[in-house]
Design a protein around this ligand. Sequence first.
Ligand code: GDP
Ligand code: MG
Length: 441
Amino acid sequence: NLTDRLQGVIKTLRGQARLTEENISDAMREVRMALLEADVALPVVKEFIAQVKQRAQGQEVLQSLTPGQAVIQVVHDELTELMGKANVGLNLAAVAPAIILMAGLQGSGKTTTSAKLAKLLKEQKKKVLLASADVYRPAAIEQLKTLAKQLDVDCFDSNATQKPLDIAAAALDFAKRGYYDVIIFDTAGRLGIDEAMMAEIKALHTLLNPIETLFVVDAMQGQDAVNTAKAFGDTLPLTGVILTKLDGDSRGGAALSVRHITGKPIKFVGVSEKVDGLEPFHPERMASRILGMGDVLSLIEQAHKNVDMAEAQKLADKVKSGKNFDLDDFKAQMSQMRKMGGMGALMDKMPAQMAGMANKMNPDDADKAIRRIEGIINSMTALERRKPELIKATRKKRIADGSGVQVQEVNRLLKQFEETQKMMKMFAKGGMAKMMRNMGN
Ligand code: GDP
Ligand code: MG
């Protein structure tokens, strides 16, 4: 991946005393390959390399920097620049209600992100109205209504028999009369770009005249993200981009291209499918992350925010007292790992050297495995979780059916649990309890 390759560049340059035209060229060839492999669009790569080369050649290597570090510093600065220098927040400076229009392909994360934004704005004491004009996909409007309910935010009562433009007009009227500060307008997307969709979103844009028109794009789309971004950017006066599913993206190339192609700032990134999985986009942090310097700070922040301290303490006490470690505890342990953003997020944010040790395990697979385990345990009764030894053939079959897996997988989970349980018992008298407590501090 990008980080690995760039780490390779640093290593190659490490032994060298000076920056020469030759070793810069060599390094740039690697950087170029790395960026292309990370799905960064070719024109972006070309311009980027030219820029870095120019700056690196003009660069006097500071005494504290080795040539390798110097090149990386330049690459880092240029990456930051490419992604927009500094974070740009939402612009809500409009006569209330400030209107936010969400645009993007189907599945890009518009509805989820609408809810995430609503949550964020609610926390800023704004009166928020969600509205959906996605009349094409079954249950799309329901999806938004459900999320709104979960967040205790109002959702305009539209339905799939209405026309999108009628919904927009009615929702706007409702928001005005209800003195809402912000209305977030979720729209339909198609699987690919088509004229009908573009015409519709354009008409909605004209009618609503939003202060923010946010293009939502799935970071995992790689090169396709660029084409989509271009099509939307040509049709709508976008004001910003939200890059979703960054938690699943090991390559990060989309972040580089999308900004360049649309010319619009990435305002937020989606980092999980949950409603709190939205973070302001920081170009510098992203650059560090891509370069594998490790965004340790945000990792620590994240850990503090999400690890349920009481839960950690409870678990620690339980282990300490030598009480039986059951499947509920096992599940709590797993979900705690997930709350920290999952294995992928953790490994991503670790410095490359550290992550290198864990490299053998694919973080995506690890996350998926955790989710499946949680699913399986969810299909067990409370009694079974407390007394896993009760789980024999018939129960296994029922649990497997309930969670949509094969019986073998239930067996594997039980085996894994047994091993963890053994380990917990072993450590009960020793250092484990202390470690768990430290986790909560
Ligand atoms: P829409 O069709 O554009 O409205 O997309 P949805 O909001 O329905 O999202 C499509 C899928 O992507 C859903 O399964 C979401 O849970 C998932 N999703 C959205 N944003 C993120 C994100 O930031 N991270 C992850 N992992 N999943 C996301
Ligand atoms: Mg949707």
